[in-house]
Design a protein around this ligand. Structure first.
Ligand code: ZN
Length: 76
């Protein structure tokens, strides 16, 4: 006699950090998928900017989206 079932959508435990508050360790691990250059945080734009090719990758909910297709290319 169990009528409670399983509640799986109680809370997902994700605390949204403000803007581009990225872990510095994470920044050392990630690299530009296009040229493997280093990435610098552009807090104002909420992006990670490649120091090599200049592509800018969006940061969504504190997670950098390192996809060449999603990147903004300079001058494009
Ligand atoms: Zn790059």
């Amino acid at each position: 006699m169990s009528s409670r079932g399983c509640r799986s959508m109680a809370h997902n435990g994700v605390m949204a950090t403000s803007g581009t508050d990225l872990d510095p360790l994470l920044l050392e691990l990630v690299a530009c998928p296009a040229c493997h250059g280093g990435l610098a945080v552009d807090a104002g734009a909420g992006e990670l900017t490649c120091t090599g090719c200049g592509r800018a990758y969006p940061v969504v909910d504190g997670i950098p989206v390192l996809l060449v297709d999603e990147a903004r290319t300079p001058g494009a």
